[in-house]
Design a protein around this ligand. Structure first.
Ligand SMILES: [Zn+2]
Length: 142
């Protein structure tokens, strides 16, 4: 079980991500113009920004996808199950959640999942999604 402090930390990360994604959805151009104002966040947000910023071509689909995941995590947070792996029910480490706030799988399940995805995914499709702190969300783990 996460402490209240930990939950608050995750909540603020998710909510700032949510706000940003909503903004991106309104206008990619507007987003890039506002980019300067958002500097000063922690590294998670920055890597998310870079990730989004560098993939403007598919910004809207990606933004929608991420927004859905962020929303789902906020529900999981509210229900006090954000640190419970969806697959095996084991605890997800807080550090992992902080590094990958939209993850719903423990590291073991995620690795297994990624191996399965690697087998079915078309070559090149996930290119460029693995470098950022939110690289995991590029994977279709639904
Ligand atoms: Zn698991």
């Amino acid at each position: 079980m996460l402490s209240n402090t930990e939950k608050e930390q995750l909540r603020s990360v998710l909510e700032s991500a949510r706000k940003r994604l909503a903004k991106v959805g309104q206008s990619a151009l507007n987003y890039s113009m506002n980019h300067e104002r958002n500097i000063g966040r922690d590294s998670i947000d920055e890597s998310m920004e870079e990730e989004i910023f560098s993939t403007e071509m598919r910004l809207h689909d990606r933004e929608k996808y991420l927004l859905g995941k962020v929303d789902r995590q906020l529900v999981r947070l509210r229900d006090d199950v954000i640190d419970v792996c969806e697959d095996c029910g084991e605890k997800i480490a807080f550090k992992r959640l902080l590094a990958r706030p939209v993850t719903t799988l423990c590291i073991d399940c995620k690795e297994q999942n990624e191996r399965q995805e690697a087998a079915v995914e078309q070559p090149g499709q996930g290119a460029g999604l693995d470098g950022g702190g939110l690289g995991e969300v590029g994977a279709a783990d639904e």
